[in-house]
Design a protein around this ligand. Structure first.
Ligand code: VLZ
Length: 141
């Protein structure tokens, strides 16, 4: 039985998100807005199958995946805002115990994230190159 991520999770902390946005070439104006957003993570999980939405008042990001199956992740609307260019990643999400571990192969080195649950908190660590962003979300009752 894999861990159960189903639910709506509301951001409580977001450390170094700006560093990550910088590393993936998000422009200054967008970064200034995005750093203050309270993101909500909506996850629908069926075993190894995930539908995820990261929502905010400013921009949303959706990605669906099956654990163990590499897929093409198109981060349209997320990366490279100024040049309006799509960024395509080869993404593979796997289980490390009860943690989800994503490796995102693309033009940026060492890109990926790790996500796990502790009690009613969802932890997400995002890394790109030498930058690490730590986010914590609380489950909506
Ligand atoms: O998270 O891939 O939770 O499955 C942030 C969008 C998206 C909101 C962060 C503002 C995506 C953007 C992190 C403004 C430029 C991610 C996965 C694990 C989704």
């Amino acid at each position: 039985m894999p861990a159960d991520f189903n639910g709506q999770w509301v951001m409580v902390t977001n450390e170094n998100f700006e560093d990550i946005m910088n590393a993936i070439d998000i422009d200054f104006a967008t970064r200034k807005i995005a750093r203050h957003l309270t993101q909500t993570k909506v996850i629908v999980q069926n075993g190894d199958k995930f539908e995820t939405k990261t929502l905010s008042t400013f921009r949303n990001y959706e990605v669906n995946f099956t654990v163990g199956e590499e897929f093409e992740e198109v981060t349209k609307g997320l990366d490279n805002r100024t040049i309006q260019r799509e960024c395509v990643l080869q993404t593979l999400v796997t289980w490390d115990g009860d943690k989800l571990v994503a490796v995102q192969k693309g033009e940026k080195a060492n890109r990926g994230w790790m996500q796990w649950i502790e009690g009613d908190l969802l932890h997400l660590e995002i890394h790109v190159e030498d930058k690490v962003c730590k986010q914590v979300f609380k489950k909506k009752p």
